[in-house]
Design a protein around this ligand. Structure first.
Ligand code: GLN
Length: 454
């Protein structure tokens, strides 16, 4: 088939199934078909085609796309069209990636079920009564349902790995600094990282290699220090030490624990060595994450004032009233909750008790990982303590929802790479995911281990 035909068939599938899935919030057929045409012309001329060229894909709606609405699925950014592209999108469009559209997410990437989106949640392709996960639920739903070949999401505390796990696909959260954050609308800048959500480990490796480039526009960018991953996928893993921290198995639902321990057996049969150890510092991870993430979010979201971007309240009395009304009307409940929590932990009198303490404990967690990697090459853990839940459950109880992030947040706190890979199904046929965590810039190693398992 030609690239145009391929793109058209994806667009037709989107037309058919997006009503139920709600994965896409904005479909961009004109842009997609224009790129497809360029690729077809290259093929007709007999030019060489790159691995990602002409492949239909999607971007989470917090990645800036020039002249294409980018909303973070928030009322406050409705109608906002960036005047520049995120660097990751520059990287991929330079390779003629065919973007089918922008996908659904929790508002400003705050959530674990995609249900805080102002467009309503994206649903799980395995059962559309269930959530797709969050916050990159739209990408995971689209890739899982084959209405995008792959997508890019962002992961601040699990938003790539958790929805990938819920939808039975692969999600890679890269090392902090390996992928440029320029043009990613910030949630918590010291934790945010962009990465691929794909059907296979091989695809994740190809996309990661394409987007992990040094970028002078992001002051924290380092590029792919670990080198390209694709050529190392099939390396022998005999003698690889795979660590299991006992704390990662605490409070995990039985079916998930069993699937992860079965994966450990598979690794043993492949010649890897399983080592158990303790990581007591993991118990601090969740409170540390929610303090730091909310603190940074309260600062990052200060810019939505009704003057510079998107929504502005129609009726007001002076500037102060305009800003208050715009923010009250424009932000959803979860975003407001986090701005308030963040402002509280940063305010004079509470800073030392919460924010400073969290920063100190962040150091403790970083050190715990450094120590852990004295015992092993990669760490194996569940991605989420359970499988996808029914829609309507998460929003009613925020604390319960926060608790489900327990296995994903440690990696963001320490800036390490983590990949979620499917490792079985529960009794209801919903997918289970496991997570492989690597050393800083150790993407090649975890993708190698993931590839061998798959
Ligand atoms: N669920 C987590 C949160 O709500 C993680 C979100 C993310 O990684 N963007 O903050």
């Amino acid at each position: 088939v030609s690239c145009t035909e391929l793109t058209k068939s994806y667009l037709e599938e989107i037309e058919k199934s997006n009503g139920e899935l709600n994965a896409y919030v904005n479909v961009t057929p004109d842009t997609a078909l224009e790129t497809a045409k360029t690729v077809d012309e290259k093929i007709a001329k007999g030019e060489e085609i790159g691995m990602l060229e002409g492949v239909p894909m999607t971007l989470k709606d917090n990645l800036s796309t020039k002249d294409i609405e980018t909303t973070c699925c928030s009322k406050i950014l409705k109608g906002y069209k960036p005047i520049y592209n995120a660097t990751v999108w520059e990287n991929l469009s330079a390779q003629n990636a065919v973007m089918l559209g922008k996908t659904n997410m929790d508002e400003f990437a705050m959530g674990s079920s995609c249900e805080t989106s102002c467009f309503g949640g994206a649903m799980n392709p395995f059962n559309t009564k269930y959530v797709s996960g969050g916050s990159s639920g739209g990408v995971a739903s689209a890739v899982g349902a084959n209405i995008a070949a792959y997508g890019l999401g962002s992961d601040t505390g699990g938003s790539i790995r958790q929805p990938a796990s819920f939808c039975g696909i692969v999600g890679l959260k890269p090392t902090y600094g390996s992928v440029s954050r320029y043009g990613l609308i910030a949630y918590a800048s010291s934790l945010d990282q962009i990465g691929p959500i794909t059907k296979s480990v091989e695809d994740a490796s190809i996309v990661f290699d394409a987007i992990s480039q040094y970028d002078e526009k992001d002051s924290t960018s380092k590029g792919n220090v670990g080198g390209a991953t694709y050529g190392k996928l099939n390396n022998d893993i005999k003698g690889m030490k795979i660590g299991i921290a006992r704390e990662y198995l605490d409070g995990i639902r039985d079916d998930v624990k069993e699937a992860v321990l079965n994966a450990a057996k598979v690794y043993e049969s492949l010649g890897a060595e399983i080592v158990y150890f303790d990581m007591p510092a993991l118990k601090f991870a969740l409170p540390v994450y929610y303090i730091i993430a909310c603190a940074e979010a309260s600062s990052n979201l200060g810019r939505y004032d009704g003057i510079r971007f998107g929504y502005k309240t129609p009726h007001y009395n002076g500037t102060h009233d305009m800003i208050c009304r715009t923010r009250s009307e424009g932000f959803g409940e979860e975003v407001k909750r986090r701005i308030l929590l963040g402002t509280y932990v940063l305010s004079a009198g509470y800073y030392d008790a919460y924010y400073k303490k969290a920063q100190n404990l962040r150091g403790t967690i970083v050190k715990a990982f450094t120590d852990a990697f004295e015992h092993c090459d990669v760490i194996l853990a569940p991605t989420v303590p359970m499988t996808a839940f029914e829609a309507g459950h998460a929003v009613s109880d925020p604390i319960e929802t926060y608790l489900t992030d327990i296995c994903t947040v440690p990696v963001n706190i320490a800036g390490l790479p983590g990949v979620s890979v499917p490792c079985g199904f529960n009794a209801n046929g919903m997918p289970i995911g496991m997570q492989l965590i690597g050393k800083s810039f150790g993407e090649a190693e975890i993708l190698n281990a993931a590839f061998k398992y798959q």
